[in-house]
Design a protein around this ligand. Structure first.
Ligand SMILES: [Fe+2]
Length: 316
């Protein structure tokens, strides 16, 4: 097979995270050389941005996702049109204005998320990402040692009312009902060893409920201490969307935050997630699903990859 000589260029956006890639037309037909360059850029910069990808539709978005891995459905939220794309709209209560890593309430949460902007408001609606490998590396050594030893329990059944006191709308209540239709609890190491880069990254964020072995107040204080480093502006990048943009992030090495400041203007994005592996801590212990006994296939008829690698029998 001949390899195309690609004019791909990469420009960093922030000092510690984020790069814009130019000269690539995303799709299921991307040549191997360009694909390798894109994957390497994602692993290096943690989130990469592409402008002018309006040619993508649900099918080609998913086809491109298959080049990075196996697309997976959200464990509880139904997909758009039976495909592996999840709608991220601001009119159904599913706003993401909390720092989080996607789907950490299951063991093998997604490796990559690919977000495509369809409708962007005239102002606001930016997304921020933080590089948790850089965060970990920047911690004082005693705090790294502490973090290495911690395990955290993540759930999708977190307290929405406390998180979103201003937004008790019928739409939010309905979204919550769907989002928590199966209630998951998973124990992860707070520090995972990234299976592709070998870096140590943090598993924290909004789905983290408590640290194993701590009283609630101590657990909260330690989580807040670590999370504050994740949210330091130096560890983040902020993206101002245009319609047709695509952002791809390494979900194993980032947290992100969708800023909810575009009032009632429409904001519609589509996300395809790609199957991840079960995290392993620095002590070699893997993540464990606490409940339910297994990750059920979503009722909406397409497979979730959340339970595909036999991890659920692994209790260390
Ligand atoms: Fe998200």
């Amino acid at each position: 097979m001949t390899t195309a000589t690609t004019p791909l260029t990469t420009h960093k956006v922030g000092g510690r995270i984020g790069a814009v890639i130019e000269g690539v037309r995303l799709g299921g037909d991307l040549d191997a050389e360009t694909l390798t360059a894109v994957r390497t850029a994602i692993l290096t910069h943690k989130v990469v941005f592409f402008r002018d990808q309006s040619h993508l539709d649900a099918e080609s978005h998913e086809a491109f996702g298959r080049l990075l891995g196996t697309p997976v459905a959200h464990p509880t939220v139904p997909s758009v049109d039976g495909r592996y794309a999840l709608g991220i709209d601001n009119d159904h209560g599913g706003r993401a204005n909390q720092w989080h890593t996607d789907v950490t309430f299951v063991p093998a949460y997604p490796a990559f998320s690919i977000l495509r902007a369809e409708v962007i408001p005239p102002y606001g609606g930016n997304t921020l990402w933080s590089n948790t490998a850089a965060v970990y590396a920047s911690l004082p050594e005693p705090l790294r040692v502490l973090a290495d030893s911690l395990r955290g329990v993540h759930t999708n059944d977190y307290d929405y009312a406390a998180a979103r006191p201003e937004a008790r709308t019928a739409a939010l209540e309905q979204h919550r009902k769907v989002f928590t239709s199966t209630k998951f609890q998973t124990e992860h190491p707070v520090v995972r060893v990234h299976s592709e880069t070998g870096e140590r990254t943090l598993i924290l964020g909004n789905f983290l409920q408590k640290l194993a072995g701590f009283r609630a107040a101590d657990s909260r204080a330690i989580i807040d201490l670590l999370q504050a480093h994740v949210e330091r502006p130096e560890n983040t990048v902020r993206w101002q969307w245009r319609a047709g943009d695509v952002a791809i992030w390494d979900n194993r090495a980032t947290q992100h935050y969708g800023v909810d400041d575009s009032d009632d203007h429409e904001r519609t994005l589509r996300r395809v997630t790609v199957d991840g592996d079960v995290p392993v801590g620095v002590d070699g212990r893997r993540s464990v699903l606490l409940s339910p006994e297994s990750v059920p296939e979503p009722s909406h008829g397409i497979a979730s990859g959340a339970s595909t690698d036999g991890s659920l029998a692994e209790a260390a």
